[in-house]
Design a protein around this ligand. Structure first.
Ligand code: TYD
Length: 244
């Protein structure tokens, strides 16, 4: 057998981490904290968001958030912005061994366009297979909470709601259900965060996950945090992730 290698001495591999959830889930305030944490550990982190992340993508975002359009136009523009984002930023960063932390990715299209609006699944799957065959995030933090709590948070910001934020509760129920379905389809990738809790409590959990991830560097995430919430889930090796 070879010399045991301490995980921290192994070369840093690129990681692609996404944050998802319905509007008002509170993910945005956590992303900055996670990125700061990763940078403090010496990792090179590319932070971005979708739709957006590039000059063209940000222009598409303006259209997507404010112009009425056909459902399929909306889905294709989401993936057009994503294609640009992948080519210009995500793929080069991952190829360079950097970490990419992105506010939303294709799970959002599944949740909002398929779940919320009723886009045909096969059309979503065709676009996904076209735009990023073989690529999925290594880890997706899904901020889950009831739409009524999320809506109250969105209203409390006082900002003018965009085209999505103006949708009604039943829309967000469908979006939430689609996110949870997507998580069930790929449980090894998803970490579902109970987003009804305070920002400080959520942040403490996420920092705990990051510590676990550091210890696992060099291997693919080999822990499962699926439809059970973060503070009660087992890793695949049988040890508990206890961040309470
Ligand atoms: P977000 O960045 O969360 O907006 P905010 O700046 O208000 O936090 O997301 C923008 C909106 O775009 C959000 O309502 C979800 C929607 N969206 C989709 O419908 N499909 C997608 O594929 C993506 C990436 C976002």
């Amino acid at each position: 057998g070879g010399r045991p290698v301490h995980p921290e001495t192994q070369p840093v591999k690129s990681r692609f981490i996404t944050f998802e959830g319905i509007d008002g889930a509170g993910k945005s305030s956590q992303i900055d904290a996670v990125v700061s944490l990763l940078r403090a550990q010496g990792r090179v982190v590319e932070q971005s968001r979708e739709p957006g992340g590039t000059a063209l993508g940000e222009r598409l975002r303006e259209l997507l958030l404010h112009e009425a359009m056909h459902l399929e136009t909306e889905a294709m523009l989401m993936f057009a912005a994503r294609r640009e984002h992948l080519a210009a930023r995500i793929e080069p960063a991952l190829a360079a061994g950097h970490w990419v932390v992105c506010d939303r990715f294709s799970d959002a299209t599944f949740a909002y366009q398929v779940g919320g609006r009723g886009l045909a699944r096969d059309k979503f799957e065709a676009l996904e297979a076209w735009v990023h065959p073989g690529l999925q995030p290594d880890l997706t933090l899904l901020f889950d909470l009831p739409p009524e709590i999320a809506a109250a948070r969105v209203a409390a910001t006082g900002a003018a709601p965009d085209r999505f934020e103006r949708e009604q509760r039943d829309f967000f129920e469908r979006v939430r259900a689609a996110y949870l379905e997507r998580a069930r389809l790929d449980p090894a990738r998803f970490c579902i965060v109970d987003a009804t809790r305070s920002p400080a409590s959520i942040r403490a959990d996420i920092e705990g996950v990051e510590t676990e991830l550091s210890a696992l560097m060099g291997s693919r995430w080999n822990w499962r945090l699926s439809h059970v919430y973060l503070d009660a889930e087992n890793k695949t090796d049988g040890t508990m992730l206890d961040n309470r």
